[in-house]
Every structure is written in C-alpha cells, then in structure tokens.
Ligand binder design. Sequence first.
Ligand code: MF3
Ligand code: CO
Ligand code: CO
Length: 257
Amino acid sequence: MNNIKSQSDIKKMRVAGKLASEVIDMIGSYVKNGVSTEELNEICHNYIIDVQQAIPAPLNYKGFPRSICTSVNHQVCHGIPSKEKILKNGDIINIDVTVIKDGFHGDTSKMFLIGKPSILADRLCKITKECMYKAIEIVKPGLHIGDIGAVIQEHAHKNSFSVVREYCGHGIGESFHESPQILHYGVKNTGIKLEEGMTFTIEPMINAGKKNVKLLSDGWTVVTQDKSLSAQWEHTILVTKNGYEILTKREEEDCLI
Ligand code: MF3
Ligand code: CO
Ligand code: CO
C-alpha cells in the first residue's frame, strides 16, 4: 500500500529527520562569500560521518558523486559541489541534505543568501518558502494529494513565478524515494488521499522566469532554460492523526506547530 509507517519506523524517521536538520543548522555559518561548494560538501560529509555516525544518502546514489546537493542561482536542483564553484555576494544557494540513520532517511533543504541579493532573489526565496509552508499546513489524513500541488501553484502564480514540473516530492523511509509522488502543481480534490503514518517530502522548486528546465551534460545539474533564478525549500513530513509533524524542523522554526 502507500508505505504506512509503524510506530517503530516513525521513531527512526524522527531521528533521521532531526539529524538532517542539524546538518543544515551546522553548515549555515560556513555559507558565505568566497567559500567553494566543495568545501561545504566536505564539512557536511565529515559532520554526518564523524559526529552523527550517519550516512550521507546522496553519495553514490545512482552515481551522484558528492554527499550533498548545492544549487546556485539558476540551478534548480541536484547541483554537484565543486572546487570551481565559489560563492559570491548576491548569490542564492540551495543546500539539500539527506542522511540515513538506522536504515531510515531524513531529507531537507533551504535557501541561503550570500551578502545582499537582489530584491527579486530575496522575494523568490521568501515566496518559495511560503509555498512549502502553505502546503505543509494543510496536511492531514483524508486530504487529496492534488490539494498540496494546488496550494503551491496558486501562491507561486499569484506572485508571477512558475513551478518546476519535472521533479517532485516523494514518499521516504527505508528508501530515499518511494511512493507516493508529491507534485508541486495540481488540481484540488484530485489524487489519492493522505493517511495517518505516511511520510513524504514537500520540496517545491519555483522559478522567477519560465517553468522549463534542462539537464546539464554532467548528468545531474538541473538549470532553468531561460537562466532565470530558481529557489527550493524541502521538509520531510509525517501525517499524524489530526494533521502533520515536520520531521526535519530546525530550531529557528520552533515558532511553527
Ligand atoms: N535530496 C534530493 C531530493 O530531495 C535528491 C538528491 S538525489 C542526488 O529528493 F542523487 F542528487 F543526491
Ligand atoms: Co527530497
Ligand atoms: Co532533498
């Protein structure tokens, strides 16, 4: 069925989610002008292995060569950390962390702003975060999965931004990616209904320009076709009896439910 987690699975998902969120908190102070995305990768990799005694899920996943994804400016997702990619003032970067602990995955990402980005870049990051939170807030048993996409699409379009269609959120647990797929666009009252015990990610990718994307020749990095800026935020969510629990919630988000 739809991968309903047991109480013991959920305990392990909470641990994995917390660890992933702590990597994002830990890396924050290093994300600044002059640092390479390879350095950020190394710091996260060592922290996950040595401090958390966990596994960085992206490393060697379908051949991905690094331990985190770093997607800068017009890169949409799955950017490969490299020595050559040096962050500079005005850049925006998504850092996407997935850890495996005790066999279970926690997957989360956020946008970091370097120095003083443009008003547009700033607004794109903020609206994309709102798209994610608006979707999270409606999660509860019985919700049609199409409602998640509809809420995200509505908020993005209202702000003249577009929604990437080629990549989506996903069920998560002992597998990195499992059913159901969580589309970030859609029609209300369509699709399967959520059930208590499901765990999945919501990870909208929102473009300042057109929705179209292309894959670079490295086989991983996804960029906007029109070179417009793109932003993404991601959390791993548990469907509870009455609503949701954000398994990857960070300390700075403690004001949230
Ligand atoms: N963390 C990404 C997600 O949110 C997946 C990265 S796959 C990788 O689903 F191979 F690029 F790491
Ligand atoms: Co994900
Ligand atoms: Co992710």
